[in-house]
Design a binder for this molecule. Sequence first.
Ligand SMILES: *[C@@H]1O[C@H](CO)[C@@H](O)[C@H](O)[C@H]1NC(C)=O
Ligand SMILES: *[C@@H]1O[C@H](CO)[C@@H](O)[C@H](O)[C@H]1NC(C)=O
Ligand SMILES: *[C@@H]1O[C@H](CO)[C@@H](O)[C@H](O)[C@H]1NC(C)=O
Length: 263
Amino acid sequence: MSSLIWLVLLSCSTLVISTKNASDSNASQGKSIFILAGQSNMAGRGGLKSGMWDGYVPPECESSPKILRLNADNKWEEARPPLHRDIDYLKACGIGPGLAFANSILKKNLSIGEIGLVPCAIGGTQISEWRRGGPLYKQLMSRARAALQGGGIIRAILWYQGESDTRSEEDAKLYKTRLAKFFTDIRFDLKLPELPVVQVALASGEGPYIDDIRKAQLGIDLPNVKCVDAKGMKIGYDGLHLSTEGEVHIGQMMADAFAQFIA
Ligand SMILES: *[C@@H]1O[C@H](CO)[C@@H](O)[C@H](O)[C@H]1NC(C)=O
Ligand SMILES: *[C@@H]1O[C@H](CO)[C@@H](O)[C@H](O)[C@H]1NC(C)=O
Ligand SMILES: *[C@@H]1O[C@H](CO)[C@@H](O)[C@H](O)[C@H]1NC(C)=O
């Protein structure tokens, strides 16, 4: 192939691959990387009992040699729950949506090769703490770059956050703007302007402004953002965190939403 054609292919590939054409981009191009970010329901609290994970791994969250996880040392390893154990390490972690998402993606035969999950969620964090330049944002960016070292494509950001923004009217009012800016900044800094985002509309919160946050999430006006709704999912003992069953369900819904990007 002539070098001119290669140039054209290279300059087009990011956009094409990150959104539509799955058949152009299979395992030969390396991992399909997914960034997992947000707060506790993304980090995973499913199966926690008196501050400890019960150890139950549902069949939907089983490990596979095709599902890797970037650990806190930025090394790939076979993913097993809890995915965030060394990232959100100040809290007890249990089942989150990540493995159910990945297993569900594999079942869809999308020809996207090996899956690389990059856990970045931290419990109890507000959207303002994820602003560009802050420590959470920097950590996410540096883990995303580390994930790309071995080759691969960042396919999407999976985002589940907002419970901590339901406490004040001010935060609730600003949520939509802050969220849109966060997604836009990440896309810009990763140089993936059309990077798909799959986010979750809240099922629970820490304060009275749950509906305002949900409205912001469901109404976000950016291309390539899909929102799955956690309303009605099974919440665990504390009224805030999804149960294992709820997390599995959300992970599968996120996989269905992601599949629409490459259908
Ligand atoms: C994807 O790429 C293949 C090969 O280049 C092409 O034949 C096919 O039409 C493309 N599909 C879409 C949906 O763009
Ligand atoms: C995936 O890549 C391999 C080469 O590594 C190629 O033989 C195969 O046809 C590709 N599959 C699809 C669906 O593009
Ligand atoms: C995926 O491929 C497997 C094995 O070829 C097949 O059994 C399964 O039905 C396929 N699933 C879908 C959703 O196409």
